[in-house]
Design a protein around this ligand. Sequence first.
Ligand SMILES: Cc1cc2nc3c(=O)[nH]c(=O)nc-3n(C[C@H](O)[C@H](O)[C@H](O)COP(=O)(O)OP(=O)(O)OC[C@H]3O[C@@H](n4cnc5c(N)ncnc54)[C@H](O)[C@@H]3O)c2cc1C
Length: 293
Amino acid sequence: MNIEEGVALSRFTTIGTGGPATAFGRPETLAALEEALAWARERELAVATIGLGSNLLVADEGFDGLVLKLAGELAAAEVEGERLVAGGGAANAVCLHRAREAGLGGFEFACAIPGTVGGGVWMNAGAYGSDWAAILERALVVNGDGTRWLSPDELGLSYRHSGLQHGQVVARAEFRLEPRPVEEIKAKVAELQALRKAAQPTNKRTFGSVFKNPGHELSAGRMLEACGLKGHRIGGAQISPRHANFIENADAARTEDAIALMAEARRRADEQFGVELEHEVEFLGPLQVPPLR
Ligand SMILES: Cc1cc2nc3c(=O)[nH]c(=O)nc-3n(C[C@H](O)[C@H](O)[C@H](O)COP(=O)(O)OP(=O)(O)OC[C@H]3O[C@@H](n4cnc5c(N)ncnc54)[C@H](O)[C@@H]3O)c2cc1C
């Protein structure tokens, strides 16, 4: 497998920010993935995998390690009986397409989640009352020490969380779906996409929800809206005028602009509601939101 140096990760994040990776590779098979992990281990390099970068903020300084982006058979999806078998790098849109073609339902909720199977496992992605944990049977996780199939329990899936650590790569996953008429699947997807379009910025560069919903009567978005943050801008990043739990790349934003907005949002939610918001977006590289106190 070819390893490239200094690849700009802004090319691979939906917000379009982030510095370079020391090393970058696109393994297409399980053997190539294992080889890449061994290569990094020999050099004592940290490893991180990226999917479609739709839940990811990469530091402007970049990531000092090997970044893997799964390709080839590790990004393909097919139906076997009533199961969807997909590579960790398979886009949700491709999985949904395969499931629909085969008349299998259960994956429709993911139509509005612009990521991959592996990214979904990492944070137990979910929407409209369902999530990865509800349909995932098992995932093949590879790290420098070996390769193991893990169940949702072993993966530690809970609300927008798994117990996975960087260096553990979701190479494949199997989902349990159920027979459903194709027209019903199409109608459900159209309904969910219309709901999404009505409520969220769908034509802007964002990384999805910034904060997890707190245990409060208000969602994170409603809370930040009540703090008057819609449209608030720092540098090239702004809080979406449409939905306050989204940050948009308004004009040549840097990751530091998004982090500054997140810090301001947390400060205001703490001040007005006494709530400490926890970020949902994942960080790569030396990044942190300054503590409240
Ligand atoms: C417009 C928009 C709407 C969104 N709506 C939703 C929503 O409704 N619900 C929701 O849950 N999310 C939503 N998201 C966020 C995002 O799409 C999901 O979290 C998605 O699952 C991330 O997948 P990804 O492949 O893009 O992961 P990335 O953003 O590339 O990575 C996210 C994390 O997963 C890790 N990772 C990625 N692939 C692998 C792998 N193969 N093995 C191990 N680790 C891996 C990365 O290291 C990183 O820590 C939205 C995002 C956008 C931009």
